[in-house]
Write a protein that binds this ligand. Structure first.
Ligand SMILES: [Zn+2]
Length: 367
């Protein structure tokens, strides 16, 4: 148990899906408006259904839960409300900067264009930011525009991201089924993004292994890895007799380590999707601590707060309970995330100052 209040600590959220962070009641309200049938008719039961369905241990099954959230995210009003509430919920959890990722191509069924859905989400995010400010708080956001890796719209979505970079979009991502859909499939998109100097993060090392991570770096020129947890498969740990642990990094792990490529680790989600099954099934088996102790640039994320029934505070609590981290460790994770964000360097420096001050305040209060 943490002896300090984690919710009060200033936090950075880098990997959090808009379509995975809806309030259950909002899903019910919006589904009623469009006549979409849900597996439960009250907020508590619906929340439970999402958690149970996401807990099945397979990524494809986990991804099925998004049919319901995406169904209610097809109108300007729906997108705007969900984005606004998303920001309010993050701020309420102590998040001071959140990168919000989502795939515009999945939100066109109501007749909106790619540009219109990005604008609707941006309007909602800005409403949330303003409301937090009115209440005396602070939060900033950035959109990560995502292309679905099984579709063929990568270049179109990359262009969309670049088009909206002055209007809240800070980077690009690919998501969806990882195995069988390598980043190289979207080479044209990644080449274009590189030519436009647009930051990229890629889901890799979650449902697929080292080759996928390597491809994210080589084809995707990824500046961060979405999860990237399976980088641990490229690390050999042997305890020599009478010796300290002996560590051998394979070539991909070596690159990620030497270049300090940030890992967007998501402890609960990684357990639920089976991403860490090579190591075991409980939080204690998560390679998070090994990666952190070795000096990899680890960040802590929620991935999908609805499906994992979690928050950034909750994820940090789980890590504290499992690995006995202190407040200094938690501060390191937030500093890693702030410096890994896709904001300008000056803005990242400001976030780091806010983190340092906020942690100092909480330390003082606990003295
Ligand atoms: Zn994700």
């Amino acid at each position: 148990m943490a002896t300090f209040n984690i919710r009060q600590l200033p936090k950075i959220s880098l990997h959090d899906h808009l379509d995975g962070g809806l309030r259950p009641q909002t899903i019910i309200d919006l589904a009623a408006e469009i006549g979409h049938a849900l597996p439960a008719d009250n907020a508590a039961d619906l929340a439970e259904w999402f958690y149970e369905a996401a807990n099945s241990g397979s990524l494809p099954r986990y991804l099925e839960t998004f049919d319901h959230t995406i169904a209610v995210m097809q109108t300007r009003e729906g997108l705007q409300r969900i984005a606004r509430e998303f920001v309010l919920d993050l701020a309420n959890d102590g998040v001071i900067y959140g990168e919000v990722r989502w795939a515009p191509e999945q939100h066109l069924k109501g007749g909106l264009t790619l540009d219109e859905v990005v604008e609707a989400v941006q309007d909602g995010l800005e409403e949330g930011v303003e409301r937090v400010a009115q209440q005396g708080g602070f939060i900033a956001t950035g959109q990560l525009v995502t292309a679905m890796r099984h579709n063929d719209r990568g270049l179109e979505i990359a262009e969309l991201a670049v088009r909206h970079r002055e209007n809240g979009v800070v980077g690009f991502d690919i998501a969806g089924a990882e195995a069988g859909f390598p980043p190289s499939r979207h080479k044209l998109a990644f080449d274009y993004l590189a030519s436009e100097m647009m930051p990229v993060t890629v889901h890799a090392g979650e449902a697929d292994g080292i080759d996928s991570i390597k491809d994210a770096i080589v084809s995707g020129r990824a500046l961060r890895l979405g999860h990237g947890v399976r980088i641990a498969e490229d690390i050999l740990l042997t305890a020599e007799e009478g010796d300290a642990d002996f560590v051998v990094l394979g070539p991909v792990a070596r690159w990620v380590f030497d270049r300090e490529i940030p890992l967007e680790l998501s402890p609960s989600s990684n357990l639920q999707t089976g991403a860490i099954q090579a190591w075991g099934e409980s939080m204690a088996d998560h390679p998070f601590d090994i990666l952190y102790q070795l000096g990899f640039k680890v960040t802590v994320n929620t991935d999908n707060r609805l499906m994992s029934r979690t928050s950034l505070t909750r994820e940090l609590e789980l890590l504290v309970d499992t690995f006995e981290y202190g407040i200094g460790d938690l501060e390191q994770f937030q500093m890693n995330a702030a410096s890994a964000s896709f904001l300008d360097r000056e803005e990242r420096d400001e976030l780091m100052e806010m983190i340092a001050e906020g942690f100092k305040r909480v330390r003082k209060a606990n003295r």
